[in-house]
Design a protein around this ligand. Structure first.
Ligand code: NAP
Length: 252
């Protein structure tokens, strides 16, 4: 199958890492379904892809809602072609120490990261199975090993690693691979919000974080997009069930 005819869905692609991934996959020759909560926000990324001569459609959907996820995949399949690449990137944080963490904090984070990835993978897999080829990439995090104030997020990101390996076992016979990327600190609105929440000026926060990273710099969405591009590549068909830490160092 020609790489240029493939269709990818990237969730949470209105901004940040997801936008970087969507742009990179479009540059790799894929048509991209840019999915985010608000279609108008997703359209900014889709327009940027179109401006470069790529093909993209913006779709508004909530990945944590089964009907919304299924409808989004159905619409993209009808308008763009059968999606055989899925990047589960949509995410939120609701950080708090355990004694202050509410059930809503817990449920929202589980809903978007874990349930959302499950619902999107379940909806997209039928197209991959029918094509006899597919790529699923899930966004985990270095927080998966545990992080103060992130009980919900760490549990979800660790859970995604188990989910990814299970997908690799179940879907391998259809030439579908499933891998996870665990980014370290990446400059996006999510990390800006963390700096704001803990009251550290952004520039200082970035400098401190960079100093603690072996390569002495923070990550950019392009760093994560590059790893996604590798997993999605036709030549990566023997790489499945892996967790790649993209964090400027070896830790996870
Ligand atoms: P971001 O800038 O906050 O972007 C996340 C995007 O996901 C937003 O556009 C958001 O939409 C969307 N989204 C949230 N809930 C959604 C839902 N239910 N359905 C559809 N879309 C939804 O985050 P980011 O920093 O780029 O992070 C992207 C992924 O990488 C996340 O999974 C995150 O956990 C992971 N990650 C990030 C870092 C980092 O340092 N930045 C490190 C490790 C892992 P709204 O704008 O409408 O909320």
């Amino acid at each position: 199958m020609s790489q240029s005819r493939r269709v990818a869905i990237v969730t949470g692609a209105a901004r940040g890492i997801g936008a970087g991934i969507a742009l990179r996959l479009a540059r790799d020759g894929l048509a991209v379904g840019v999915l985010d909560l608000e279609e108008s926000a997703a359209a900014v990324t889709a327009d940027a892809i179109a401006a470069e001569g790529g093909t993209a459609i913006a779709v508004g959907a909530d990945v944590s809602d089964a009907g919304s996820a299924q409808a989004a995949v159905g619409r993209l399949a009808a308008e763009l072609g059968a999606p055989t690449v899925l990047v589960n990137n949509a995410g939120i944080t609701r950080d708090n120490l355990l004694f202050r963490m509410t059930e809503t904090d817990w449920d929202s984070v589980m809903g978007v990261h874990l349930k959302g990835s499950f619902l999107m993978a379940r909806a997209a897999q039928e197209h991959m199975v029918a094509a006899g080829w597919g790529r699923i990439v899930n966004l985990s995090s270095t927080s998966a090993v545990g992080k103060r104030g992130q009980g919900n997020y760490a549990a979800a990101k660790a859970g995604l690693q188990g989910f990814t390996k299970t997908l690799a076992f179940e879907l391998g016979k259809f030439s579908i691979t499933a891998n996870a990327i665990a980014p370290g600190f990446v400059v996006t609105d999510m990390t800006r919000a963390t700096a704001e929440r803990i009251g550290v000026p952004w520039e200082q926060y970035v400098q401190e974080r960079a100093a603690a990273i072996p390569v002495q710099r923070v990550g950019l969405p392009e760093d994560i997009a590059n790893a996604v591009s590798f997993f999605v590549d036709d030549r990566s068909g023997f790489v499945s069930g892996q967790v790649l830490y993209v964090s400027g160092g070896p830790w996870g």
